[in-house]
Design a protein around this ligand. Structure first.
Ligand code: C2E
Ligand code: MG
Ligand code: MG
Ligand code: MG
Length: 281
């Protein structure tokens, strides 16, 4: 009986795997079509200066809603585009949209944009980014490129050269999701970053968990010593904001300050009280 049940289990599993694979293929096909039909969007989440509670920039975040499949998270569709070789096309579409939107913002508001790890293996990405800035008329000095530790680890030499080339063009480079990958510290030593973004997993526990608080405190101290700006991601409560300020964190981002919003709402906010320094904390 146990054996028969085992076989039945296996059948169920393989059916589930087949279903899951079919869904992935569906999503992949739909995503290809969505890129062609220009249906993948960017939203923008505010980044604030914690010392003065002032809006300083926005992070562009990819958004995709499919009529049949529903809303799909970038954490799901970005890897899919990487695996199937169309991350470059997806990124270019998103980047152009983000730059176009940001052109309408005040000149002192920066744009932060995520590049995928799959794009940090080819030197040409640096000139591609610079060229698109030039074509769009967006000042590269207002641009921050966010990359994760995973990206930096895949091919460290090439990644290092890409970072150097971007910085030579005036672009700032931020290490995203800091603390979640491996070998974080040697990356900070070997790479010339401008900013470090502390991962939400630390920030969301900072108010109640002594260990998380001490780790964040140490990261901030280290970054200050290395002349790096620190951004805390995923600030959701006043308590978290207060603690991060007390620890000397430079910048913050999270639902407490604002959720990602579409192009039009972002522009509207920029003309409202929020932009004049009336952030919540
Ligand atoms: P990320 O770059 O670390 O972006 C921050 C993520 O945290 C975003 O999720 C944002 O919506 C979310 N977040 C911000 N504040 C809060 C908060 O207070 N609470 C919570 N629970 N979440 C918060 P999102 O938009 O789902 O994006 C997930 C990841 O997908 C991003 O992580 C990034 O790695 C990737 N991604 C998004 N857009 C792009 C893109 O245009 N290109 C590439 N290559 N990757 C992207
Ligand atoms: Mg990011
Ligand atoms: Mg992040
Ligand atoms: Mg993250």
């Amino acid at each position: 009986r146990a054996k028969r049940r085992g076989r039945a289990q296996i059948t169920i599993y393989s059916e589930q795997i087949a279903l899951e694979m079919r869904r992935r293929t569906q999503i992949e096909q739909a995503l290809r079509n969505a890129i062609i039909a220009d249906e993948v969007d960017v939203h923008f989440q505010p980044i604030v200066d914690l010392t003065g509670d002032r809006l300083v920039g926005f992070e562009a975040l990819a958004r995709w809603h499919d009529a049949d499949l529903g809303t799909i998270s970038p954490s799901d569709f970005v890897p899919l585009a990487e695996d199937h070789g169309f991350i470059d096309r997806l990124t270019e579409v998103l980047f152009r949209k983000a730059l176009r939107a940001a052109l309408a913002w005040p000149k002192d508001i920066f744009l932060s944009f995520n590049l995928s790890s799959a794009q940090f293996v080819d030197l040409s990405i640096a000139s591609t980014v610079v060229n698109i800035c030039r074509q769009t008329g967006f000042d590269p000095r207002r641009l921050i490129i966010e990359i994760t530790e995973t990206a930096v680890m895949a091919d460290a030499d090439t990644a290092q050269e890409i970072v150097a080339e971007m910085r030579a063009a005036g672009i700032h480079v931020a290490l995203d999701d800091f603390g979640t990958g491996q070998s974080s510290l040697c990356r900070l030593r070997d790479f010339a970053f401008d900013k470090v973004k502390i991962d939400r997993s630390f920030v969301s526990r900072i108010a109640n968990d002594h260990a998380s608080e001490q780790i964040v405190k140490a990261i901030i101290a280290m970054c200050v010593g290395l002349n790096l700006e620190v951004v805390a991601e995923g600030i959701e409560t006043p308590a978290e904001a207060m603690k991060l300020k007390a620890l000397g964190c430079h910048m913050g981002q999270g639902y407490f300050y604002g959720r990602p919003k579409d192009v039009a709402s972002t522009l509207k906010d920029l003309n409202g009280p929020f932009a004049r320094g009336d952030t919540k904390a």
